[in-house]
Structure formats: C-alpha cells, structure tokens
Design a protein around this ligand. Structure first.
Ligand code: WTA
Length: 606
C-alpha cells in the first residue's frame, strides 16, 4: 500500500496557482498539490511511537482544571478557566447565521451569557442530574445553553433541529426531560406531542413572542433579563453525567448514551493531538451538536483548548462553504466524507475560485473516507484529509490519522496513545493481522460511555466479554498496525454519516394509514455511503401510486427527521419474517443486493 507523502503541509499561494476563471484545464488539473512547498509545521504530537509507549491518561489530567477534592466541571474547563488565563477577550465563537451574518462572542461573552441562563435554570428548579434538552439550530443560544446546563450540574440533551415529533417524543419520554430550550420555528413539532410528555415542566423559547406562549412557557430573553452574570459552576464528581445523547442500534428505539464530566480529559487530548489545535487557530466543525461530533468537537474539546470555534447555521453548498473558510480564515476543518464527496462532485473550479490558503489541517469522521476523495482533497486543497474513527458511545476519537503519521488512503489510522484496540473473533480472541473480525477496545478511556439511560442490559451488551468494549463494527488490522473499516456487524444504517436504526424508520412508516408492514435496510450509495430503502406492505384495497409513495416518504421525513426517511420504497405483497414475527432484514438486503439468501430456515413460510 502506497503511503501518501508526510501530511500536514501548508500550501503557499503563488502566482502559478489556478485562479478563478482560469480556463486552462491542465493547469487546474495539476491542482494545489503542486503548491505544497512549505515543510510541515510542527504538530502538537510529533512522535507517535514514543507517546504510544509512554503516555498515560493521568498525564492528561494535568491539563484539566479541578476544584478541591478532585471535583470538576467540564463547562468550567471549556469556558470559565479562560476568563483567568488571558483568553477572556479572545473570540470563542464565530456564529455564522443562515443569512451569512457573523456574530462574534468572546469567552467573556459566553461566560456571562451561560451564567445568566444557568441562574435562570436554577430558579426554575433545575437540579443536579435533571435532563434539560436543547432543540435549536446552530445559534449562539445553543452553545450558551449547553454550557449553562453543564454548569448547574444538569444533564444536557442535544437534539437535531431536523427531528420531527416522533423522534422528539421518543427521546423526551425516555429521558423524562424536565425542560426543553427551543425556538418559535421548531416549537410546533414539540407542541404536537406536548400532551404525551408528563415530565416536561417548562419550555424556553429563544426569540419567542411572549404573547404566543402558553402556560409554563417562557422566552429565553425574559428569563435572562436581570439575571446575574456570575455563577459558581457546580462541583461535580468526575463520574457525574454531563450529557445524554440518543443513538440508534439495530433493535428497538434509540438508546440514551450517558457521558460524564471526566470525558473532558479525552476531549482535550484528542482536540490537541488529532485536531492539532493551537491558540491561533480558527476551527470549523461542520457537524451539528445533535450529533456527537458537534457536541464533543464543536463545543467541549476545542473550547477546553481555548480555540476559536466557527458555527454555521446555513445549508450545505460548495461555494458558501469555501467562502466561509476564506472569510473567517479557517485553519482547521473537521467534516464528514459525504460532505467531501459532495464537494468533489461540485468540481475543481469552485475550489480554485477560492483561496483556502488559511487551511492548515483537515480531518474527517463518520463513514469510510474513500481513497479517491482523499487523493482529490490532497490535489485541490494541497492537504491530506485525516480520517478519524469513533462513536457516540466512545465519546472521543479512538482510531486516528495523526498529523505526525503517514496516511494509508482508506485506512482509519492507528489507535490514539492511551488506547488499545484490537480485532477479535466472537469469543474475544485476538486475530492476527489481515484477518477480518470485530473491532474492540480495551475499556477505561476517559470518555467511554458510562451507562445506557435506564437500560442496564443494553449497556452490558457492549462489554459482553470481559476486557473488551464491542464497537459493533467489523474491521481488519494490517501488519503495520493500521486499522481498516469493513462495515457494521448489525443492521444499523449509516446514511451521509447519520446513524439510523431501521426500527425507528419502520415504526414511523407503519404509523402511516396506508402501510401495514415495513422492513428497512441500508442500500449502498456512491454519494451518501448508504441510503435508506424501505420495503412495505400496503393495507387491503390500498392502490399503489407514485403520489402515495411520495406522501409516505414525506410523512416519514416529517415525523422522524429530514435525514431519516426512505429515499426508496418498494411495495411487496408480504415481507419475510421469522416464526416469532420479526422481519428478516438480512433477507431484504440479500434481495436488494442480489446476494445469496443464506439460511432461511427460520422463515415463517417454510
Ligand atoms: C461509523 C460518529 C468508517 C462506524 C462519531 C461507527 C466510521 C459509527 C468512521 C458511529 C470512520 C465512524 N470510518 N466508519 N472513520 N467513523 N464510523 O455514533 O460504523 O454517529 O460505528 O458516531 O459510524 O456513528 P456515530
């Protein structure tokens, strides 16, 4: 396997660089890879082997602030400590609105604003351990609220603004959420299910009109008005919960993955080593905090290092993204393979119409990063893309392409110092290099999940063999210790980096009056990795029309989430089921991919 040149080289703008409107195709095709002339800047980690041999997580704790008696607060580390370390007036957040207006908030601003809403939450009776959910687009209040929730010792519940009423209801009921913070545009989705949420005490509406609000509903603005800018962070045990994020498994509804304040130790070290953040960086994580990447590497990790974070409320399009990088002089960029594939599809000209010379380091997560995308990125951005592997459950990057290591295109990289990962068989026996198996990790890293919310049984499944955390992914390790992703070991669908459980989609589908049965699979797709495909059985007498299928798609999108609807629907007379009535997705997948159907002895029709 050919190694890419040593990565992390800044590219220098020079007169020969293809410019906007440059029609010389060969020059454009040469790309910016030609421009890599500067030697690699020093990375925060310089010698992988040495760190791997000597690093231990207690070393990392020295970079974290603790209160007396070993108590801590992740939000204190992300925000408050920068009030005293010279970063007070540094921009913490460049918040770019959907209208492209930029709002700058310093660490002092975030400190004061989070204290105000934190004080307001306390007045509403929020106590340690209460669940407070944030259902907002990427506006400053999303950031100040999340920090405030952590400051008062409550558990933050990030939610995608794309969620529909079904997705909201499942999460708010299961977690017994006490408060939700939202805005007038998203609130109707909550209103639709409000009477099913007996535990929800208050709704806080950012930018709301008081006259439109009902009982136990407040505007964010009225709550913070007159509140003190001072608040003592709750002194938490490192093992106390910090945030609760729902994620999909193969069966049942989404599960609440519980993370704790101690996670910040892992957020900090990975942001330092993997994102390679330095004090002068302008860092853009394109992920929404409704996804673990947006919470960990869009808020806590970079802020723990005191980096300036960019948030962007607008939608994806290549020219807007590149303009944003140029406008704010983004230096470090964390994005996802689907976005990169879409950018690649957007063509080279739009890249060369922008300078992008501020970029220093690019990282990616969420799905396999195709070698051709990596090579394309190297050509047009003049920088390699560093893939990272992790999960909602792992809470931090674990298998990574560090800036100091060579990259093997298509590989997820090597375990972070402090992490032991392996490939094992069903019995937990380690397999030799080159053999495909289960990707497992030795438990005990700082950001490992601590609990599945009120579901001990589910939690235990991750640790079914003592000494290993089972990721649910299949992978292979090569002779040199690089890990290569093979696929999920279960039915979980990864569409454009979104993790979607087939059961959730099936449940939403059968809520539609025309659908009596539904089976859902991931179908390979060049751009999105996978798309969601549904096989459905229509009710007696229902006539299949294109309009009906379109309506069913729209219905699912509305109920569940914009990313979690089936892009393809196929109507069947019946679906294959086991004798206990479970739909055999494995068989649906085999049909779709025209693969051998394997053992069908459990089929009910046998
Ligand atoms: C997949 C995302 C290939 C994998 C932070 C994992 C990846 C699931 C990669 C977790 C990668 C994540 N290459 N696949 N670099 N990173 N995945 O919980 O299947 O949304 O189990 O967390 O995404 O998805 P989750």
């Amino acid at each position: 396997m050919k190694l890419v040149d040593k990565p992390a080289k800044a590219h220098k703008k020079d007169a020969s660089a293809p410019q906007s409107g440059d029609k010389d195709a060969s020059k454009v095709a040469q790309g910016r890879a030609e421009l890599i002339k500067k030697p690699a800047p020093r990375a925060n980690i310089e010698n992988y082997e040495q760190e791997y041999a000597t690093f231990n997580w207690d070393d990392a704790k020295k970079e974290i602030s603790y209160f007396a008696g070993g108590k801590m607060n992740a939000a204190y580390n992300a925000v408050d400590r920068h009030i005293h370390d010279g970063r007070r007036n540094k921009v913490a957040l460049y918040s770019v609105g959907a209208n492209n207006k930029i709002e700058k908030l310093t660490f002092q601003d975030i400190y004061e604003q989070s204290n105000k809403i934190g004080n307001a939450l306390k007045k509403l009776g929020v106590e340690r351990g209460d669940r407070v959910f944030v259902f907002l687009p990427r506006v400053p209040e999303l950031y100040t609220s999340t920090i405030a929730i952590a400051k008062v010792g409550a558990i933050a519940g990030p939610l995608f603004s794309a969620f529909g009423p079904d997705a909201l209801r499942d999460r708010l009921i299961d977690s017994e959420a006490k408060i939700i913070i939202t805005n007038p545009q998203l609130k109707p989705k909550l209103d639709a299910i409000r009477n099913q949420l007996p535990d929800l005490e208050y709704v806080i509406v950012v930018g709301g009109d008081k006259a439109q609000l009902g009982e136990r509903e407040f505007t964010y603005e009225e709550l913070v008005a007159g509140e003190s800018e001072k608040l003592q962070c709750a002194q938490m045990d490192p093992e106390d919960p910090l945030y609760l994020l729902y994620t999909s498994g193969t069966t049942g509804k989404p599960k609440g993955v519980v993370h704790v304040h101690n996670d910040i130790v892992g957020h900090h070290m990975t942001s330092k080593w993997v994102l390679d953040l330095r004090d002068d960086d302008i860092y853009w994580c394109t992920a929404d905090p409704g996804w673990v990447t947006g919470t960990v590497y869009g808020i806590f990790g970079p802020w723990s290092l005191g980096a300036s974070v960019v948030s962007y409320e607008g939608r994806f399009d290549a020219a807007s993204w590149y303009s944003l990088i140029d406008r704010l002089k983004v230096t470090v960029w964390y994005t996802a393979p689907t976005a990169l594939r879409m950018l690649m599809k957007g063509g080279d000209d739009v890249v060369y119409a922008h300078s992008l010379e501020s970029l220093r380091h690019i990282t990616s997560v969420g799905e396999p990063l195709n070698p051709e995308v990596l090579r394309w990125g190297h050509k047009v951005y003049g920088l390699p893309i560093h893939d990272t592997w992790w999960q909602t459950e792992t809470g931090m990057q674990l298998i990574v392409n560090l800036p100091c290591n060579p990259i093997k295109p298509g590989s997820m990289g090597k375990p972070l110092p402090g992490i032991y990962a392996a490939i094992v068989d069903e019995d937990g026996e380690e397999l030799p290099p080159g053999r495909e198996g289960k990707l497992v990790v030795r438990p005990g890293w700082p950001a490992m999940l601590r609990e599945v919310w009120r579901n001990e049984e589910k939690y235990k499944e991750y640790f079914k063999i003592p000494g290993w955390y089972f990721s649910g992914d299949n992978a292979v390790k090569d002779e040199e210790g690089f890990f290569w992703f093979i696929g999920r070991a279960d039915d979980v669908i990864n569409t454009a980096g979104h993790r979607v459980g087939p059961f959730e989609v099936e449940s939403a589908l059968i809520e539609h009056p025309a659908v009596v049965e539904a089976g859902v699979i991931g179908k390979p797709d060049a751009e999105r990795g996978e798309i969601i495909k549904a096989f459905i059985v229509l009710g007696n007498g229902v006539v299949q029309t294109d309009e009906l299928l379109e309506e069913i798609k729209e219905f699912t999108k509305r109920q569940l989430a914009a990313h979690a609807y089936p892009r393809e629907i196929e109507v069947k007379e019946t679906l294959p089921k086991t004798r206990s009535g479970k739909i055999m997705r494995r068989l649906l997948k085999a049909w779709e991919l025209k693969l051998p159907t394997g053992d069908t002895s459990a089929l009910e029709d046998d």
